[in-house]
Write a new protein. Structure first.
Length: 300
């Protein structure tokens, strides 16, 4: 297949590009600079210059493709106005893909997340996407679902907040480690028993590829390798890695200590992957999150 990939040189997207090419597919990737174009070419992909705001470029990439995988998203965590603009751009990009693919069975896969649930509840593939909170107004999955309701083969790969691996520099774990260094402690909220799902980025890339090859049907798909790790264990691994003490942060003090990360840090979201594994024949095979945090070559 000829696959148009947004975010093709990103943290997940670069692993996906390699996964697709290794499986015999052709990748055309949206890139914003000559440096990114060279990086994509080095992976074996074909660059298409543009950004998520370039609707005409997005449509051109989709028209020439047998399928689309959308992994890109703008910036703005902790900056509500910027995040809202990125969310709008994301929605318009997905709608543009739907406009091009209307009336065909070509697959569209977008990237979604795992919602926060009360303790004792599990996020399954049947759990509908929750309404986005005002501080995180991203509607990728909801937009894909609207396309599917119009008859398109549009679906979602849901990623946990911890997508880890060697070389990660911009995700939640590096941010938590930087905060721990700044504060002099590795913090957790309350008793730290809220559960964080996680996945290695190479395992996540295989879910995208398998879901694409299935035609993006019968999703959403959960790219989750570990169903739920107590955040206390994650904080402890960070503390050991940085030689810093653990500290429980009261719920009332979480916003002051963690800033814009307070909500995801305290979130609870254990995940079921039974349906994804059965449908795709997928099993995680890469190192887990605690092992990755503890590895001396990772997260410097």
């Amino acid at each position: 297949m000829r696959v148009f990939v947004t975010g093709a040189t990103g943290w997940v997207g670069s692993a996906l590009t390699r996964e697709l090419i290794d499986a015999g597919h052709q990748v055309v990737g949206l890139v914003r600079s000559e440096d990114k174009a060279r990086a994509l070419a080095a992976l074996g992909g074909e660059p298409l210059m543009g950004s998520l705001s370039d609707i005409d470029v997005l449509k051109a990439g989709a028209r020439a493709a047998d399928g689309v995988i959308h992994t890109a998203f703008g910036v703005g965590l902790g900056q509500p106005a910027v995040f809202a603009a990125s969310a709008k751009e994301d929605r318009q990009a997905i709608e543009a893909f739907g406009e091009v693919f209307q009336g065909s069975d070509r697959p569209i896969l977008v990237t979604g997340g795992i919602g926060v649930l009360p303790r004792g509840q599990w996020f399954t593939e049947e759990t509908p996407p929750p309404p986005p909170p005002p501080e995180f107004p991203r509607e990728s999955e909801q937009t894909a679902l609207a396309l599917a309701n119009r008859g398109l083969h549009a679906n979602t790969v849901r990623l946990p907040r911890a997508v880890h691996g060697a070389g990660e520099t911009h995700g939640f774990i590096p941010r938590l480690m930087a905060l721990a260094r700044q504060k002099g402690v590795s913090g957790y909220i309350g008793d730290g028993q809220n559960l964080w799902p996680s996945v290695h980025r190479l395992d996540a890339a295989r879910v995208y590829r398998l879901a694409l090859e299935r035609g993006a049907e019968v999703g959403p798909f959960h790219a989750v390798g570990e169903d739920g790790i107590a955040f206390l264990q994650i904080a402890a691994a960070i503390g050991r890695r940085l030689d810093l003490p653990l500290k429980s942060i009261s719920p009332d003090g979480a916003a002051e200590h963690f800033g814009p990360m307070a909500i995801p840090v305290g979130g609870n979201g254990p995940v079921s992957t039974d349906r994804t594994r059965a449908l795709l024949g997928w099993q995680p095979r890469e190192p887990g999150l605690i092992e990755d945090i503890s590895h001396p070559e990772n997260y410097k």
